[in-house]
Design a protein around this ligand. Structure first.
Ligand SMILES: [Ca+2]
Length: 475
């Protein structure tokens, strides 16, 4: 039965692909990318509090990849390497964060005849932005800040920057206006790649008041894996993102943060609805692959953490949905994958060859049921202080600076609450996964030792008294 289903799905996909091939047209790509959005914040994927009708509709007409991961970061601003990996298809230890000398996927789309356009957050240096897109409007080159006052740039046909003044609007709306304007110009003469990178729901989480008001007195519940304090020193306990709330964390303050976070996602969802409407009005919707993803997740109270500088699922797991020609409708895939697999997937659907060095794999075989798995394991890394390996069932996290290991049975304990590493019953699992982690590190070009002769103190004593009001900017 399963084989028959897979064959039917494959046939319908091949038919859709065949139609595109008959007309000689390459599919358009509308790529919607959010910032710091946990995978558990989409209504159609199981969140009963948040309202995300535009994303829900996308889930309904596409395939949701429910185990997509950011590979991690060599610095606190996890956004930067995540986006560099996305754009190049390269893995963490082989990507250059500014993409120096590394060809990007959008460059290859342009070379294949696509009109390429960017609006929103870039974050990987000006040179690579100009090289990667032919045109851009309201491009935010990097960092963060008040969404009503961001410095934005336009990229002209001559591939130079022109300053743009934000005229009082919210940046998420400004990016949406730019995308809508671009889509209105599209008449089907050339295929397009339209990349829209929102700076939401990244802090400062300033959604318009009417979105925030809906949650006043109706704050979302604290995460089920909420803790007042992380139980040990993970090597990055007091970085800027962690200092956004005082210690010990309380359910009340976490719920206030989540209210702003959910409001910001709902506001962004309304803007995504405007973009989808513009796509439909352009007459191009049938020929357009729509992608929605985020650069990584966020803790917001889970495990006593607030940022994304950790390797728990809430922080490295990201939402990923694809819909359009060549993508099965209304499907879920639990295949393990990386965000850096997105562009190789689009390349496979559009017949665009990979840039040199791209290591990502097309997700089409798992989406269509031709293959059960794409990757057997996911390696994640955070600076020199954390390494993790997840398989279908087991996950190992190692903290080399304190010689600590955690083992989670994700099947029984998806929230990563019960560390089994010290249980003699699971000693063999820890040995096996540690060996596999070493192997994956070697293949990825990561030479960090998993233990140290001079460990740091494992206890974490949180800063007491009034926290400092000024925190260093880390995206
Ligand atoms: Ca981010």
């Amino acid at each position: 039965m399963k084989l028959l289903l897979s064959t039917l799905v494959l046939l319908s996909v091949l038919c859709a692909g065949g139609l595109a091939a008959e007309s000689g047209a390459k599919p358009n790509v509308l790529f919607l990318f959010s910032d710091d959005q946990r995978a558990d914040t989409i209504g159609a994927l199981g969140n009963t509090v948040i309202r995300t009708p535009a994303l829900d509709a996308l889930v309904g007409r596409g395939t949701a990849f429910t185990r997509a991961y950011c590979m991690g970061a060599n610095q606190g601003a996890v956004c930067v390497p995540s986006r560099a990996m996305l754009m190049s298809g390269r893995t963490l230890f082989r990507v250059n964060e500014q993409l120096h000398g590394q060809t990007t996927w959008p460059e290859k789309f342009a070379a294949a005849g696509y009109t390429t356009f960017i609006t929103g957050k870039w974050h990987n240096g000006g040179e690579s932005a100009l090289r990667s897109f032919q045109r851009g409007k309201a491009v935010f080159l990097g960092g963060m800040g008040d969404p009503y006052k961001l410095p934005l740039q336009d990229i002209g046909e001559a591939r130079t920057f022109a300053n743009k003044r934000v005229s009082g609007g919210h940046s998420v709306q400004v990016f949406t206006d730019a995308a809508v304007e671009f889509l209105r110009e599209q008449k089907g003469t050339a295929p397009f790649l339209c990349y829209v990178a929102f700076n939401a729901p990244h802090d400062p989480r300033i959604a318009p008041k009417e979105y925030r008001e809906k949650f006043y007195g109706h704050e979302p519940p604290a995460p089920a894996n909420f803790l007042p304090v992380h139980p040990f020193n993970n090597g990055e306990m007091t970085i800027r993102d962690e200092a956004l709330a005082p210690w010990p964390r309380t359910p009340e303050i976490v719920r206030q943060h989540l209210a702003d976070y959910y409001a910001y996602i709902e506001f962004m969802d309304a803007q995504i609805g405007r973009i989808i409407e513009a796509l439909q009005a352009s007459g191009q919707a049938e020929k357009t692959i729509v992608v929605f993803a985020s650069d990584h997740g966020l803790a917001i109270g889970s495990h006593g953490l607030f940022g994304k500088q950790n390797l728990y699922d809430h922080s490295m797991h990201a939402p990923l949905v694809l819909a359009g020609p060549g993508i099965p409708q209304g499907r879920r895939s639990d295949a393990l994958c990386y965000l850096l697999d997105i562009f190789p997937t689009l390349g496979a659907l559009a017949g665009v060859p990979a840039p040199e060095g791209s290591e990502g794999r097309s997700l089409i075989p798992v989406a269509t049921g031709q293959a059960e798995t794409s990757r057997a394991v996911i390696l994640t890394a955070y600076t020199k202080v954390q390494r993790a390996l997840r398989e279908d069932r087991w996950k190992l996290i190692v903290y080399p600076q304190i010689n600590k290991t955690q083992l989670f049975d994700l099947k029984a304990d998806p929230l990563e609450l019960h560390d089994l590493a010290a249980d003699p019953q699971h000693a063999e699992e820890v040995r096996r996964l540690t060996a596999r982690l070493h192997k994956e590190q070697a293949e990825a070009g990561d030479n960090l030792p998993l233990s140290t002769a001079t460990p740091q103190p494992a206890e974490f004593t949180f800063p007491s008294g009034k926290r400092s009001g000024k925190v260093k900017s880390i995206e």
